[in-house]
Structure formats: structure tokens, C-alpha cells
Write a protein that binds this ligand. Structure first.
Ligand SMILES: *Cc1c(COP(=O)(O)O)cnc(C)c1O
Length: 376
């Protein structure tokens, strides 16, 4: 691995896993449902441009992000497929979105009206968001839908190319609420179809819905977390509806190894005392990298074996208890595989009492992303 960094701490992104996960998903879907690869938040911390390029090679037809800024970054990287911004963009973003052929999400009549006051360099493509029970963004009623369609009809420089909704509980065992959201969506869709004869792309499903109900996904799915090889919840994981490969791994190397005596203490606040003679190693990663203090007590892998983090995690460094002396430069894996051992994202998430989505996002840009396994 040729690397241009001077601290041996890095995240490795296995693009062959992205490729595998997309192909697994595509196999489950009917041919009529396309994949929109969701690469918001810098590709869930994996790197949006590299993931997007691999996702498109694997068969994804479009990309989804949360911010207009994120869409512009993809355009700057010469990616020319449809890009949908899933979040609310202020009307002042419309000219730049139109200029770069970026599709915006809308759901307010006032938003359309404000955009009418701008001169757009090209027509603006938009998808309409319906809030069928997520309670986040989107229009909620038939009368709002009728009003917005009238307003849309009056504005020829805005092209409606899609409508969508988002589920709140697609990853939970009980489908009752999801079915309620689907009913609400179908009711709005009936009104929409009666008023709007033009073709649009209809999409409702995130990873969880797509994996569990692949036959109910209309024209496209919004495939996020599982493209990265992570299950949306323990329920979806246990159902074994798809076999995924985790793309993200996190590594460092020992920079100091020492033997300490019984009673010697480690790190700030002296929260750890050696019980006997022990080998302690130091790795150059800390909360300044997003490897937060609450991870004290987690295991890491060295020599293919689990070793615990001991003492407080510092801003730039973390100490681990080794089972013996190891040379400086020995590879330490904090997330991922090492010689048959594995620390998966879900274990880190469980330690932090959160969801796996949060973990790669929280490892910040101080940690370089290295790509491997690129597929044609
Ligand atoms: C992030 C996001 C997704 C992707 O969800 P996953 O659970 O990661 O698959 C889909 N749709 C919307 C609107 C989102 O914000």
C-alpha cells in the first residue's frame, strides 16, 4: 500500500464490497426497480466520490445526497448521472442546481413561488416529497398536493421528475406502521395520478424496506447503509434476507511498546492500573479523530487477537494491553478483519449504544481513506 501520510492511522474502504452489496441487492429487485446509491455525509464516511463511481459501475443508475453542496462535489468529479438532493434546499440554491442538472426535493408551494422569481439558466428538475408518517419533511394532505400541482402547472421551468416518501420503521419487526405509511402513500398517489398524466419516478424504500419487501419498491430504491455492507438493524440482520460485506475498516500501528509493573497506571486520571507485569502498546488515534472516549474498554485486534483499550482515550493517542511484546509498527485493527478475527461495525455501535450508521460518519477527515478492491 502506497500512502502519502505520516501517521500510520487510516481507514480502508474495500470497493469490491460496495460492488458485491449492490449486486446482491439488484438480484433481489425486479428489473423495473433501479438503484439510487445514497452517498450523503461523504458516503456515510466512506468517501462519496469513490463510492459513487464504484456504485455506478456495479449498476446503480442515480445518486442521492442530503445537501446541494454534496451534489456539487460529485459533479466536480465529472459524475454525470442523475443526482437527487434528499433534504430541503433554500430557493436561492435553485439556479446553481439547475445549472448543474441536480434534482432538488420540494414540498412547499411557497418554495415554488419563490423560485419563480429567479431566472434559471436551465429547467430545474424536482422530486416531490410526501410525509406519510416519518414526520420529518414533506407534504401531508391531499389538499396540499392539489395546491402544489396547480402551482407546478403554472411554472414551465420546473420539471417534476419524481415523487417519494420515507418509512420510519422499515427496519422493525412489526410491519403495522409501515403498512399504514404505504396506504397513505397509495391514497396520495391516486390523487396524483388523476391530476398528473406525465411520467415520474416513484420511490419509497431505504435499505431496510428494499431488502425486506423488494417486490414493492416501485421504480427505484434509495440504497444507503446496506451498500456499505451494514444491516439497518439487528432484525434485518437476523432475517438473513441478503448477504452483505462490510466495506469500512480502521487500522493503526503501534508507536510505543513497554512493559509496566503491577500498580503502574495508564493515561489521564489514572483510571487503569496494571494488575501485574503487563505489556502496554500505544496507537496514534484518539477522540480528535472521532475515536471517542466512550470507546474505552473496547477491544482492538493485534496479531489476530483481541486486546483491550486501557485507560482514557486521549485526543491523539490510545493505549492497549498486549499479551506480549510486539515490534513498533505492528498493525492494529480497530474495526474490521485481521487474520481471521473480526470486529464488526455493530460491535462498536453496541459499545456506544448507538446504530452502525453513526460509526463511519464519526471517524473524521483527519483519518485518510485508502481504497482497495476497485472493480471494473
Ligand atoms: C439516508 C436516506 C436514505 C438511505 O437510508 P438507508 O437506511 O441508509 O438505506 C433513503 N432515503 C432518505 C430520504 C434518506 O435520507
Amino acid at each position: 500500500m502506497k500512502a502519502s501520510f505520516y501517521r500510520d492511522t487510516w481507514a480502508e474502504i474495500d470497493l469490491s464490497a460496495i460492488d458485491h452489496n449492490i449486486r446482491q441487492m439488484a438480484e433481489k429487485l425486479p428489473d423495473t426497480s433501479d438503484i439510487i446509491a445514497i452517498v450523503k455525509a461523504d458516503g456515510y464516511g466512506h468517501g462519496s466520490v469513490a463510492v459513487a463511481k464504484q456504485a455506478l459501475k456495479a449498476g446503480a443508475k442515480a445518486l442521492g445526497v442530503a445537501l446541494l453542496e454534496e451534489a456539487l462535489e460529485l459533479r466536480k468529479a465529472q459524475i454525470d448521472v442523475p443526482i437527487l438532493v434528499l433534504g430541503w434546499v433554500p430557493p436561492r440554491g435553485a439556479p446553481v442546481a439547475a445549472e448543474h442538472d441536480i434534482t432538488l426535493t420540494f414540498f412547499q408551494e411557497e418554495w415554488l413561488e419563490e423560485i419563480s422569481s429567479y431566472t434559471l439558466p436551465k429547467p430545474l428538475k424536482v422530486h416531490m416529497k410526501w410525509d406519510t408518517g416519518m414526520g420529518r419533511i414533506g407534504l401531508r394532505t391531499e389538499s396540499e398536493l392539489r395546491d402544489i400541482l396547480y402551482a407546478l402547472n403554472k411554472n414551465p421551468s420546473i420539471y417534476l421528475t419524481g415523487v417519494f416518501t420515507h418509512f420510519a420503521t422499515a427496519d422493525e419487526k412489526d410491519f403495522t406502521y409501515l403498512r399504514k405509511q404505504q396506504d397513505c402513500f397509495e391514497k396520495l398517489l391516486a390523487v396524483f395520478r388523476e391530476m398528473w398524466p406525465h411520467p415520474v419516478t416513484i420511490h419509497t424504500g431505504n435499505s431496510a424496506a428494499s431488502i425486506r419487501l423488494p417486490g414493492e419498491m416501485y421504480d427505484a430504491i434509495r440504497f444507503g447503509i446496506s451498500m456499505y455492507g451494514l444491516y439497518p438493524s439487528s432484525v434485518v440482520k437476523s432475517e438473513q434476507g441478503i448477504s452483505l460485506k462490510q466495506a469500512f475498516s480502521l487500522h493503526s500501528r503501534l508507536v510505543n511498546v513497554k512493559q509496566v509493573a503491577a500498580g503502574d497506571t495508564i493515561s489521564y486520571g489514572r483510571t487503569y492500573s496494571a494488575q501485574e507485569e503487563e505489556w502496554i502498546g500505544t496507537i496514534p488515534i484518539g477522540y480528535g479523530d472521532g475515536w471517542i472516549r466512550k470507546l474505552q474498554g473496547m477491544d482492538v485486534l493485534a496479531d489476530g487477537k483481541r486486546m483491550p483499550i486501557v485507560g482514557r482515550i486521549c485526543m491523539d493517542q490510545t493505549m492497549i494491553r498486549l499479551d506480549q511484546a510486539y515490534p513498533i509498527g505492528t498493525k492494529v485493527t480497530l474495526i474490521g478483519h485481521q487474520q481471521g478475527a473480526f470486529i464488526d461495525m455493530d460491535e462498536v455501535a453496541a459499545h456506544l449504544e448507538t446504530i452502525n450508521y453513526e460509526i463511519p460518519c464519526m471517524i473524521n477527515e483527519r483519518v485518510p481513506r485508502i481504497y482497495s478492491g476497485s472493480k471494473r
